[in-house]
Design a protein around this ligand. Structure first.
Ligand code: PLP
Length: 455
């Protein structure tokens, strides 16, 4: 109650029930975090938490990185954390964009910087539509195809593209019409003895059929996450999927759009998830690991053909927000990206990711309630089932994933997990995500996997 030693009303033993902040859950209390360093968070109740999820797959360099803090402070001392980007340019913003373009191996030619992944998705949808509009003001291209069991953000446009049933439900009447194809989920959908190639061919013909149903000349593009994050819990596309889906889009002159807000910027073991099979998109979003949580920043990576259509057309992207391309955001993200590159941290993602997979599978692969262990790089999900043979999920009312999380975060385990419920082809199942920082060590992977197994 009032007068608690940590100064927060309702602060009891370092736990706070928010009174003034509207957060997702009005009935929950939250542990109070006082400091962060590396993989650890310090709580007001004296506990130290191991962050095995980088927050929500954001804090790729861990917490309290001195170099990033210094870079932010340096930018602040110039007196321009903010500039109106419609009128002014700034070295640090240009340098970040150059760094990002270089990271695509020249596949992309311009960057649009936003403050969140949702805003980046909004911008990419508008850019995709404008690409066709520039060539023909009466273009029949009005249809977007996206997947079931996807998450692209919480703003109205981005939620409209999302196939996240629960998050859409209250707002359904507001959401734009987006056409759907199935998710790419080998655990739930692969037929007996079906090869990767046949599975991918099946997905590509489903997309082709959707184009034909809508009329190929009406389709703007197809949007997907290379590894589905929040909606399904680290479900990676089957090898060859991105290439095959891109081919369908391009056969019909439509755009291939990738949402790498969660799976990109090194998280899956390549800087961009599409680089694993060289399936460069026409438009791509990134976020989370771009700024590593040190500033709110996300981006749209834009290919030359889109830029050319704007350049030869109206000469502008009909968009813009106050807090876009801020020098302070760019300073943080640029430093995060430089550190990641200079310290070869994506190599660590590959090495520790392979070890994480091995340990999770050896400790939990035989567990009767762990149906699937899937992921890429340092982005892994465990799906819980009531019956391993039939893959029957638990009743979602039991809140299994949330309970696993609640046990993990409490003493003696003191570790984060990211819980969720994902729906594939009408079947809702529980999962947790494990997504450590890129600075995680082998010993820490031993710790994480031991905790996961015990929990
Ligand atoms: N796209 C994907 C794939 C995401 O995982 C998220 C967030 O989890 C978003 C978009 C939305 O990003 P933000 O929460 O920064 O708006």
């Amino acid at each position: 109650g009032k007068g608690s030693s940590n100064g927060h009303t309702n602060g009891v033993n370092g736990v706070k029930k928010p009174e003034f902040l509207l957060d997702r859950n009005l009935h929950k209390t939250f542990p109070l975090v006082t400091r962060g360093k590396g993989n650890y968070l310090q709580l007001a109740d004296g506990r130290t938490i191991f962050d095995a999820t980088s927050g929500a797959a954001v804090s790729c360099l861990g917490h309290g990185n001195e170099r990033v803090i210094k870079a932010i402070n340096k930018q602040l001392t110039t007196g321009v954390p903010y500039l109106c980007s419609s009128y002014w340019s700034c070295d640090v913003v240009e340098e970040l964009c150059k760094e990002l373009i270089n990271g695509t191996g020249g596949e992309m030619s311009r960057i649009y910087l936003t403050g969140s992944g949702s805003e980046a998705m909004e911008a990419s949808i508008k850019l995709a539509r404008q690409y066709f509009y520039e060539g023909d003001k009466n273009t029949p291209r009005v249809n977007i195809i996206a997947r079931e069991g996807s998450y692209h953000g919480n703003t109205i446009g981005a939620l409209g593209v999302s196939g996240h049933v629960a998050r859409r439900a209250p707002y359904e009447p507001f959401l734009m019409k987006v056409h759907r194809v199935s998710a790419c989920n080998a655990y739930r959908q692969r037929r007996e003895r079906e090869s990767d190639a046949s599975f991918v061919a099946r997905k590509a013909s489903e997309l082709e059929a959707k184009f034909q149903e809508l009329g190929p000349e009406t389709v703007i593009g197809f949007v997907c996450e290379p590894v589905v994050g929040a909606a399904l819990g680290c479900v990676p596309d089957v090898p060859g999927y991105l290439t095959a889906m891109r081919a369908v889009c391009h056969r019909h002159g439509a755009l291939f759009i990738l949402d790498e807000v969660m799976s990109g910027m090194g998280r899956c073991g390549t800087l961009h998830a599409w680089q694993a099979e060289g399936a460069a998109p026409d438009l791509q979003t990134v976020g989370k690991g771009l700024g590593g949580g040190y500033q709110p920043i996300a981006a749209v990576l834009i290919s030359d053909k889109i830029v050319s259509s704007l350049s030869n057309g109206s000469g502008q992207f009909v968009h813009g927000q106050t807090y876009q391309a801020m020098p302070i955001q760019a300073a943080a993200a640029l430093e995060v990206q430089k550190i990641q590159r200079e310290e070869n941290l994506i190599k660590n993602v590959q090495v520790q990711g392979a070890y994480l997979e091995k340990r999770l599978k050896s400790l939990l692969g035989g567990h009767p309630n762990v149906g699937d262990i899937r992921g890429k790089g340092l982005f892994w999900g465990l799906e819980f089932v009531k019956d391993k043979q039939t893959k029957e999920p638990f009743d979602t009312k039991l809140g299994v994933a949330q309970r696993v999380h609640d046990i993990a975060i409490a003493a003696p385990f003191n570790m984060t997990m990211y819980p969720g419920t994902g729906t594939v082809d009408g079947i809702a199942g529980d999962h947790v995500i494990i997504a450590p920082t890129y600075i995680v060590t082998r010993e820490e992977i031993d710790h994480i996997t031991k905790v996961v197994a015990e929990v």
